[in-house]
Write a new protein. Structure first.
Lengths: 251, 342
């Protein structure tokens, strides 16, 4: 099996606080890998290091075997590593059409084009239309993002990440804050991602994790506690103690 | 219509020319014939409009605040002055471009300082650069004429054909042509993927980087382009007034620019143009009524604009015209000013 994304002995400290401790993860090509852990386990810090928002103190990050530890954020995206955010990071004043159009243009290398107007490239338009349709955004494509209902914004958040045609996709709590009625769309979209895209899912919702993931890593206090297929992780007494069975321990 | 062509159609929605825009420019052109005694103030407005458009490019589109935009205006002004004074380049249009390029070089060099940091740092850095240049211009008075400024500039005819006349007619139409050409160029740029990426960076730099936009490179590019525009505005100032003095670098000039843009509205290019007209008109009006206290009234207007919100003001102003238009052309045909918040 080839490894799509790998961390080697990753370390990150904020002042005296070790938020990532000697973390070595291997995510296989095409995997549906989930990273779980209690609040404050440092899951988002890991994501931020993977995507380049934060620099690790030591350790390496490999994308398809190539060292990307020192690459800036936008270059990692162009290499095929894309993400969604736990809290929507969208452009409030831009429409879904513009938001996705920009992501597609950027990927196809037209982003720096300062002369040709938006909307005049057939290939870009085709892709935008395809994404808008797939993410149920066609009917609101000219509305400003800030005016969209939360569920639609969440879909847009994922659509933007997909527009980068990632080979590895990091989903940071994709269903967070989405009302029950709009949840189905999100889960369907996430479930329908093509198998050649490797997915690393960070999630609180255990139903979603166990229905989606074929492999689970458990992070506690910045260190890897255990890793394995869902059944094994679910049975692990250590995991139950620190995470799944918190209530039982408290009683 | 297929979804793709539909997308293409809507993506170009804003880039298409609207009737209102055509009417606007015809009106500006008409002013040149309607008010032959007011060329000097109208030229002044055009210069200010161009200068404000430059600030709009970085502030309205890319979200870079600046309190020292006069730095580029000043470099353009002195460059044009020196070129003409020493007869290095006598043809005004060529000299104008060279002066703009001089400001552009400074813009590129200082952009690296400006893109770092947050709004407050940017305010301080841009302010500092303008003050620095003002001090340098004063120090090297053998080149700049110091506090006296450059004197005895004589402008040669444009293209060797059209001389600058004492009523400022040639100066006005020359400035208008320059403004219009640069407006067309800016309009093209802001509706390109590059222009859209600037708005994305302004909205959310974190996400912009996360879809693969090289944020810093884009900011450097637009800052450099804006410096070129400001330099051209400065050069127009020297060419149409035949003077260049230290006040081209003055802090008031940069600060006024912010006011103009706030009055006109940011992020739709016309903000600078409308703002320049309104600002100068108000200035004229208030200084006729109360020569000493006009700044008080300008200040009051500004506070009202910010508190009430420009969107609401536009709606009030356009209330009556829209009432009439609706009677004639039906419900949907209303005049609205495109808006993005200051």
């Amino acid at each position: 099996m080839t490894i799509a994304l790998e961390t080697q002995n990753l370390e990150k400290t904020f002042g005296g606080l070790r938020v990532t401790r000697d973390l070595s993860l291997k995510i296989e090509q095409g995997a549906r890998h989930a990273l779980i852990g209690p609040n404050g386990a440092g899951k988002t810090t890991v994501i931020n290091q993977l995507t380049g928002v934060l620099k690790p103190n030591s350790g390496r990050i490999l994308l398809e075997g190539q060292d990307i530890t020192d690459l800036p954020v936008h270059k990692r995206v162009l290499r095929g590593l894309s993400r969604t955010f736990q809290i929507n990071q969208l452009y409030p004043d831009l429409t879904p059409l513009e938001t996705i159009g920009l992501a597609v243009s950027e990927r196809l290398g037209h982003g720096g084009d300062w002369w040709r107007r938006m909307g005049t490239r057939g290939d870009v338009n085709g892709e935008i239309a395809e994404l808008l349709t797939r993410f149920h955004l066609l009917d609101v494509m000219n509305e400003e993002t800030v005016t969209l209902p939360y569920g639609k914004q969440r879909l847009l958040e994922i659509a933007v990440a997909i527009a980068a045609k990632p080979r590895v996709l990091l989903l940071d709590e994709p269903a967070a804050g989405v009302p029950e009625s709009e949840r189905h769309d999100i889960l369907a979209v996430v479930g329908a991602l093509p198998r050649d895209v490797t997915v690393l899912l960070i999630e609180h919702d255990m139903d979603l994790v166990f229905s989606f993931a074929d492999r689970i890593s458990v992070l506690v206090s910045g260190a890897l506690l255990t890793e394995g297929p869902p059944e094994q992780v679910a049975r692990d007494p250590q995991v139950k103690a620190v995470y799944l069975g918190e209530e039982a321990v408290n009683v | 219509m297929t979804a793709a062509s539909d997308v293409g159609f809507h993506a170009q929605r804003q880039a298409r020319w609207h009737y209102g825009e055509v009417a606007f420019w015809l009106m500006v052109l008409a002013c040149g014939f309607l008010f032959p005694t007011r060329y000097l103030i109208m030229t002044d407005i055009l210069r200010l409009a161009l200068f404000t458009m430059s600030l709009d490019l970085i502030l309205g589109y890319a979200g870079i605040v600046s309190l020292g935009h006069a730095a580029f205006f000043g470099v353009g002004a002195y460059a044009a002055g020196l070129l003409a004074l020493h007869g290095i380049i006598n043809e005004p249009v060529l000299a104008l471009i060279v002066a703009g390029l001089a400001a552009m070089v400074l813009g590129f060099a200082t952009s690296f300082l400006v893109i770092r940091g947050v709004d407050l740092t940017r305010l301080m850095v841009t302010l500092g650069i303008a003050l620095l240049l003002e001090a340098l211009a004063e120090r090297f008075s053998n080149i700049t004429g110091g506090t006296d400024g450059l004197q005895g500039i004589e402008m040669q005819p444009i293209f060797g054909e059209i001389p600058f006349d004492m009523f400022g007619k040639a100066g006005f139409f020359y400035s208008l042509a320059v403004l219009f050409v640069l407006f067309l160029f800016a309009r093209r740029v802001v509706h390109s993927p590059f222009g859209l990426s600037l708005r994305a960076i302004k909205n959310n730099p974190l996400r912009a980087a996360a879809i693969g936009i090289p944020v810093n490179r884009r900011l450097i590019a637009i800052y450099t382009l804006a410096a070129f525009y400001a330099g051209i505005a400065g050069a127009l100032f020297t060419q149409t007034t035949a003077i260049a003095s230290l006040d081209v670098f003055a802090f008031e000039r940069s600060a006024d620019l912010m006011l103009v843009l706030v009055i006109g509205g940011t992020g739709y290019l016309y903000g600078g143009l409308i703002g320049a007209v309104v600002f100068r008109m108000l200035q004229e009006l208030f200084s006729t009524i109360t020569p000493q206290y006009w700044q008080f009234w300008i200040g009051l207007v500004l506070v009202v604009i910010v508190l009430v919100g420009r969107q609401r003001l536009h709606r009030w102003v356009l209330y009556v015209p829209n009432l009439i238009i609706r009677q004639v052309a039906g419900r949907k045909a209303v005049v609205a000013v495109p808006e993005s918040d200051a």
